[in-house]
Design a protein. Structure first.
Length: 176
């Protein structure tokens, strides 16, 4: 989820091609935008979400490996653009704004990445790999805190066995 400057909360629906919103003072999530572009051929769809410094919403699709910009104009959705990434994304998940059009993103394949949006192009640079199926990231000061979710053990425990315990939140130096 991400929170706009007016207090509106935006949330991805990973099981449907929707971004939901909860307006300040609201009690229930409502569909803000629904678009078939967000639906991957199979599996989990929308996942990571963040608001860029341009005020637009950025989302990725977990199984689809896509990255989108949704224009946010006066609280309403505008154009939806599938952005071109510098390399294929492998199970993209948590997404957080750092500054400007720079984001941190984790990929379930095991990496923490720096994501830079420039127009309709997205540069992906791996900061750290070898993580255990990361699901989320939060930045505090010069450190990115990455949760290792080990989702394959949750969704397919029979084939993958139990997770490696304890679950960890891994600090990664990223600078300011």
């Amino acid at each position: 989820m991400t929170v706009a400057s007016d207090g509106t909360v935006y949330v991805t629906n990973s099981l449907a091609p929707q971004i939901l919103q909860l307006k300040p003072g609201g009690k229930t999530l409502e569909v803000w935008v629904e678009n078939k572009q967000f639906q991957p051929p199979s599996g989990i769809g929308l996942d990571g979400i963040a608001i860029g410094s341009d005020g637009d919403i950025y989302v990725n699709t977990f199984d689809g490996g896509d990255f989108f910009r949704v224009e946010l104009k006066d609280g309403k959705p505008g154009a939806i653009t599938k952005l071109e990434t510098s390399r294929p994304l492998k199970l993209p998940d948590g997404l957080r704004l750092v500054s400007g059009q720079n984001f941190l993103m984790v990929e379930g394949s095991g990496s923490l990445d720096r994501v830079t949006v420039n127009g309709d192009k997205v540069s992906i640079a791996t900061i750290k790999d070898g993580l255990k199926e990361p699901t989320a990231v939060a930045k505090v000061g010069g450190t990115a805190w990455v949760t290792e979710g080990q989702l394959s053990h949750l969704f397919n425990a029979k084939a993958n066995g139990p997770p490696s315990l304890p679950f960890e939140i891994v600090p990664v130096a990223v600078g300011n």
